[in-house]
Design a protein around this ligand. Structure first.
Ligand code: DGT
Ligand code: CA
Ligand code: CA
Length: 575
């Protein structure tokens, strides 16, 4: 049997191709095409290997044309990618890793390789430690020291996987474990259950009849790089993707106690332990005990209740005020995926999306949605050719026609309009005023000063047609820091002007993040949870946005796309 190929494997190959082409000084559009393809593939809900085996048309996926479809075919069939082989022979450099070091562009990386044979971060670290870099042409002592610092930072930070990637590793292994018939309950605890945006490792808990057979089954999973330990009740492995998975087997009686303990967070657990101690009790992963008497442990709720608390949702367990709220009966009633009635940030193939508006509307109805907003890009976005004013008017007419066919569904006519450098919008008010909903976003000039960037956004929000500020901080998880803005000022303005702030559900954005969402809620700012879907399949990203919102204590009433279409239209009206 050949090893299955996962989407992430394909994404990694495309990323590597992009790196190597960039190193070669290849045309930026070609480099970008591979990067876009990598991002698409990484986050695809369907399994590409299965699609290839079924003979599905891969070019129907976003960012995948004929050439890339062929490459995916080859990868799935374990064929050599000629281009990759050629490039790798020329450059055995782990460019992706090295490129994370700020200040090391392709040119310097190439020089380090040619002179010192630096191929990866470890080589670089040794070279810097041995002070071999400072005297190279174009480098200095300062750069060398900076490199050492950066490596340390990166080792801490980038060891964490995006939750979407963790999920792609976690779900197949859970499915595999279930093949063992003696397993009863199985759940992933840890930061994954708390829906953190990045995950350090996966903590799986099971109850079963035959723990030895479960453990043997576990360490025989196909995707393992290394078995770290194997015992009767606990084992640890590292998957080929680099993520560690810990498996623990528990007696049924202790399942809740173990869930509570291994869901964490550590900070939450410490308070739980303190509360138990105050009653002279003891709590651990086996239960809540008074001396040796078992008080609770089969369910988490049992333990919370015994401690005088209501059940606390996993996303709240960060010791950020959840105990005070629980004690005073003020826990939020967290928003659920099923509360969502529509998606207010979506793209079609009119700009850089993959599907037609008709397809996007149909897929939304299948999800039970009552509306979507079609928010294709305005003209400024040069990548895919955004819409000019004439095209927006044409799209409005076309959408009006389409809407006549629906009974209980509406396509809101919208745009994702660029916020220009001076804070003006990329389309005139004459056009914006004809739309149902205007989503404003920053896509360039990320490096303005704090003052300028804040002013830029405030000014955009003064345009009376702007309804929603998309991905408000612009950060990309593990890739780009947020731009420098005074978010509090922006939230204040959003409240005054009835602008809505977005929680963007793309797993690499999750922007606003949990803490900022909570701040918005506290300031009385309205939120929208959108997917920014560039294809019908990306509607599924909503679950990541919901996770982030729940971590931000967000309730149904804080979020405008939980309302029906008439309420929604009223709510987004400005003054
Ligand atoms: P991660 O994996 O870094 O994304 O974060 P977690 O929260 O999954 O942390 P992890 O995997 O180290 O441990 C899982 C849970 O086990 C953690 O959330 C709380 C619990 N835990 C681990 N170590 C300790 C500890 O030293 N004290 C207490 N009270 N709980 C711990
Ligand atoms: Ca973990
Ligand atoms: Ca762990």
């Amino acid at each position: 049997m050949t090893t299955p190929v996962k989407n992430i494997d394909i994404a990694n190959i495309f990323d590597r191709l992009a790196d190597l082409l960039e190193l070669e000084g290849e045309n930026p559009f070609r480099v970008r095409a591979y990067r876009n393809a990598a991002a698409t593939v990484e986050n695809l809900p369907q399994n590409l290997e299965e699609m290839v085996k079924k003979g599905d048309d891969l070019t129907s996926l976003p960012a995948i044309g004929n050439d890339l479809a062929q490459k995916i075919n080859d990868i799935v069939n374990h064929k050599e990618i000629d281009l990759l082989k050629r490039l790798e022979e020329k450059n055995p450099i782990d460019f992706e890793e090295l490129n994370r070091i700020q200040g090391l562009g392709p040119r310097r990386i190439k020089k380090l390789y040619e002179i010192l044979n630096v191929q990866n971060i470890d080589d670089l670290y040794h070279a810097a430690e041995e002070q071999k870099i400072r005297n190279l042409p174009g480098f200095s002592k300062k750069i060398e020291e900076h490199i050492l610092e950066e490596i340390k930072k990166i080792k801490e930070k980038y060891n964490r996987m995006k939750i979407s990637t963790a999920e792609q590793n976690a779900l197949p292994i859970v499915e595999y474990l279930r093949e063992n018939r003696s397993i009863q309950d199985i759940e992933i605890a840890g930061s994954y259950r708390r829906r953190k945006e990045t995950i350090g490792d996966l903590d799986i808990l099971v109850t079963c009849e035959d723990s030895i057979s479960v453990m043997t089954h576990f360490v025989n999973y196909f995707d393992i790089d290394e078995v770290l330990s194997k015992g009767d009740t606990r084992s640890s492995i590292i998957l080929k993707s680099g993520i560690q998975v810990d498996l623990r087997v528990l007696p049924q009686k202790s399942y809740g106690a173990a869930m509570l303990y291994f869901t964490g967070s550590k900070a939450h657990n410490i308070v739980i332990r303190k509360l138990a101690k105050q009653k002279d009790w003891k709590v651990n992963e086996y239960g809540l005990f008074s001396n040796d008497d078992f008080l609770a442990g089969e369910t988490e709720k049992g333990i919370y209740n015994k401690l005088g608390l209501p059940y606390i949702e996993p996303e709240l367990r960060e010791n950020r005020g959840e105990f005070e709220a629980a004690e005073s009966g003020n826990l939020p009633e967290l928003i659920k995926l099923s509360d969502i009635k529509g998606d207010l940030h979506t793209h079609t193939n009119l700009t850089d999306g993959k599907n037609t508006l008709e397809e996007m509307a149909e897929a939304a109805q299948k999800l039970g949605y009552k509306y979507i907003a079609n928010t294709d890009h305005s003209k400024r976005v040069t990548v895919a050719g955004g819409l000019d004013e004439i095209q927006v008017f044409e799209n409005i007419k076309r959408t009006d026609k389409l809407n006549e066919n629906f009974k209980d569904f509406t396509i809101l006519k919208g745009i994702e309009v660029d916020i220009l450098e001076d804070g003006s919008l990329d389309l005139s008010d004459k056009v914006l005023k004809e739309l149902d909903i205007v989503v404003g976003a920053i896509h360039y000039k990320f490096n303005l000063s704090r003052e300028e960037q804040t002013e830029r956004i405030l000014r955009a929000m003064d345009n009376p047609y702007l309804n929603i500020l998309a991905h408000p901080t612009g950060r990309l998880i593990n890739e780009r820091e947020p731009y420098d803005i005074d978010l509090e000022k922006i939230m204040q303005k959003a409240k005054e002007n009835n602008c809505i702030l977005e929680i963007n559900s793309q797993p690499s954005r999750l922007d606003l993040n949990d803490l900022n969402s909570r701040k918005a809620k506290e300031m009385g700012v309205k939120l929208v949870i959108s997917t920014d879907a560039h294809s019908t399949t990306q509607y599924d990203f909503m679950r990541f946005g919901i996770g982030q919102a729940r971590r931000g204590w967000i309730e149904k009433h804080n979020v405008i796309n939980t309302r029906n279409i008439n309420q929604l239209k009223k709510i987004i009206k400005r003054n």
